[in-house]
Design a protein around this ligand. Structure first.
Ligand code: B16
Ligand code: MG
Length: 217
């Protein structure tokens, strides 16, 4: 059976992590504590709500429910401000060409992202039309490492989980793919993404044929 490919967004297709960082740092500073780039590494692939819980733990700060919700709205407002100007220059090396190679083989493509801003970002970087299905933070109730996001993507593509290959940059995302019973290609460092079947630094110079030719996949 033909495989299907499911792509995470932030850190795989597009480099929006730096804008999430700026917005979370601004929020932390407004609450009276700092938030470093090192701390930000822990938020990769983590949902907005879980990210705020983690940041508050790091800052030793507690918010009541109304303050918590208001903080989420403020952070997202700043994030949206930062990504207002982004365009295709933010696409990560080789990602657009890799997507083209997947579609050229008639392989179905889905997005499996925790972000509630995924469609807006794909529109801005002009890649929305490359996806047969989009499963984002608006469609799931359980955050990665729960497999929900990837299982829903497989369902929308009408492809069994065992035939899906997930591309992920976050530890929680790699775990989610494994929990879904899917093959996973880590994008980033092999030392960090050690649960992935195969790890690539990025997509530069690669096509789907190169990945399918690997024994690990
Ligand atoms: P939003 P991904 C994730 O995207 C980001 O990696 C993570 O940092 C962010 O908190 C999460 O989306 C939610 O994003 O606030 O836009 O809903 O890597 O799953 O594509
Ligand atoms: Mg990611």
């Amino acid at each position: 059976m033909k495989p299907a490919c499911i792509f995470d967004l932030d850190g795989v297709i597009v480099d929006t992590a730096k804008y999430h960082y700026l917005a979370w740092k601004r929020l932390a500073n407004s609450l009276g504590f700092d938030f470093t780039e090192h701390d930000n590494e822990q938020l990769k692939g983590v949902s907005r709500v879980e990210s705020l819980k983690l940041i508050l733990r790091l800052g030793g700060k507690q918010l009541d429910d109304a303050e918590f919700d208001a903080a989420l709205v403020r952070k997202n407002g700043w994030y949206l401000e930062y990504i207002q100007q982004i365009g295709s220059e933010e696409i990560l090396p080789g990602a657009a060409e890799f997507l083209t190679s997947v579609r050229a083989q008639g392989i179905k493509v889905a997005l499996g992202s925790a972000s509630k801003n995924a469609v807006l970002i794909l529109e801005r970087i002009q890649l929305l039309d490359q996806f047969d299905a989009i499963v984002d933070g608006n469609k799931v109730s359980k955050a990665k490492p729960d497999p929900e996001v990837f299982l829903k993507a497989a369902e929308e593509l009408a492809v069994p989980a065992s035939a899906c290959i997930v591309f992920e940059d976050a530890v929680a995302g790699v775990q989610a793919a494994r929990n879904a019973g899917m093959k996973v290609v880590g994008i980033g460092s092999a030392a960090v993404l050690d649960q992935a079947n195969l790890v690539l630094p990025n997509f530069a110079g690669l096509s789907i044929a190169d990945v399918l030719a690997r024994d690990e996949i």
